[in-house]
Design a protein around this ligand. Sequence first.
Ligand SMILES: Nc1ncnc2c1ncn2[C@@H]1O[C@H](COP(=O)(O)OP(=O)(O)OP(=O)(O)O)[C@@H](O)[C@H]1O
Ligand SMILES: Nc1nc2c(ncn2[C@@H]2O[C@H](COP(=O)(O)O)[C@@H](O)[C@H]2O)c(=O)[nH]1
Length: 186
Amino acid sequence: MQAGKLIVVTGPSGVGKGTLLRSLIQRHPELYFSISATTRQPRPGEIEGQHYYFVSRDKFEQMVAADELLEWAEYAGNYYGTPCLQVQQQIQQGRLVILEIEVVGARKINQTFPTALRIFILPPTLAELERRIRVRGQDSEEAIARRLTRAQAEIDAADEFDVQIVNDDLETALIRLESIIFARPN
Ligand SMILES: Nc1ncnc2c1ncn2[C@@H]1O[C@H](COP(=O)(O)OP(=O)(O)OP(=O)(O)O)[C@@H](O)[C@H]1O
Ligand SMILES: Nc1nc2c(ncn2[C@@H]2O[C@H](COP(=O)(O)O)[C@@H](O)[C@H]2O)c(=O)[nH]1
């Protein structure tokens, strides 16, 4: 069986990573989308084991100590991390595995998984990024401020990644994402 591949999708909060990836997975159900662990409180409608594994800080720290996470980072006051086991199993089974993670964690993947394809999603403007976070309507003012403070430094890191996609028109960005993920190797 051919070995699978790891694809990391990163970019600032609210840029539309989740929106793009949900559409991508609808079109390509063979993709495996990794489910992260987080200490963040669930938002209305978020389901345990589907959107995230919601864990306490103690439990998260135990997972770190037991080396159960492929990468992890603290983001806007909460921990987020990728459980290793499922990702490794799915790659061994030949699947394309997608991680949707923030920039610090995406950098760590470069060290542990140097063959991963790392894609950075950019907003058309910072004002549009703020508008999207606000329209989503799921973060407190404090959480929005933390996310926007971090966004500029994240955007400045875009060139560290293999590919950059501007998510202006959603369908155009989705087609570009598809073409990069399913590009034939030379
Ligand atoms: N191309 C686009 N044009 C306009 N609105 C968009 C576009 N892409 C996403 N959005 C909207 O922007 C908001 C944020 O999108 P989304 O939650 O997917 O971002 P995200 O990058 O996954 O954020 P986070 O990292 O915080 O999970 C949503 O309301 C979504 O509908
Ligand atoms: N380093 C990691 N970052 C992750 C992971 N799972 C999600 N994220 C990123 O965190 C922020 C905030 O997410 P939100 O759901 O609270 O809006 C966002 O950029 C996610 O992509 C992970 O496992 N590791």
